[in-house]
Design a protein. Structure first.
Length: 232
């Protein structure tokens, strides 16, 4: 089976899955639009001969399917449709690195990658029931990945720059990274705190006000203050 025939099979199977979800769904029209365009792409892919590229008509149908998926809450991630075009374009869908700061999110991302690699090996199974099950699992996987990406956007990435807090009054400032808050008093570190990954700015401001010096930093603070008084 050549690449266009494989892509046509994926498009047809995916169209049937999507159409089956349209009944009683609040976004039934969008789901039917996705299914209709996937079937159109399958037809055009089957007709393609003498070329390795993705036929324009199939490309346009897949683009319309992606747009319908992206514009409505269909439960069909647009990335799943890319598994159809990948055979002809060579650009296979991937899971971009999220670089989460939260260790639990790191674990979830690693689990998703393992599932993705395993499923990708079975996409072209000769048994249609197996291929159908893989596409259903990929819909769930890409949905899980999108939800995780949204959580990481809230809880923070490991490579992000710290957020600086500077109150209008007093000498205290703070630098916040996901899961970690460093409170300064003047040029000294007052204390370092482990904080929730979903801590709110209001809660950070409260910690800046109420944070007590850590034992070792308190000693350094007192010694530094004594030196400054002696020099005055």
């Amino acid at each position: 089976m050549n690449t266009h025939a494989k892509a046509a099979t994926r498009a047809q199977l995916l169209a049937e899955i999507v159409r089956g979800r349209a009944q009683d769904h609040p976004e039934a029209n969008a789901l039917r639009t996705i299914a209709r365009n996937l079937k159109r792409a399958a037809t055009e892919l089957r007709k393609a001969t003498g070329t390795d590229r993705l036929p324009d008509e199939a490309d346009q149908a897949l683009w319309r399917a992606r747009m319908a998926a992206a514009r409505a809450e269909t439960g069909i991630p647009a990335a799943v449709i890319d598994h159809v075009s990948a055979l002809a374009t060579g650009y296979a869908p991937d899971l971009p690195d999220l670089l989460p700061a939260d260790p639990e999110h790191v674990r979830q991302e690693n689990e998703l990658r393992a599932r993705f690699l395993d499923l990708s090996r079975h996409l072209d199974a000769r048994d249609e029931d197996v291929a159908n099950a893989v596409l259903v699992a990929l819909i769930r996987l890409h949905s899980d990945y999108d939800r995780l990406a949204a959580e990481v956007a809230v809880h923070g990435r490991a490579d992000q720059a710290p957020t600086t807090y500077r109150p209008h009054e007093g000498s205290r400032t703070a630098a916040h990274l996901p899961g970690h808050l460093t409170v300064f008093d003047g040029g000294l570190i007052l204390t370092e705190l482990a904080v929730p990954f979903d801590i709110s700015p209001g809660e950070i401001w409260q910690l800046i006000k109420t944070a007590q010096p850590a034992r070792d930093t308190a000693a350094a603070f007192i010694a530094n203050l004594g030196a400054e008084l002696a020099a005055a």
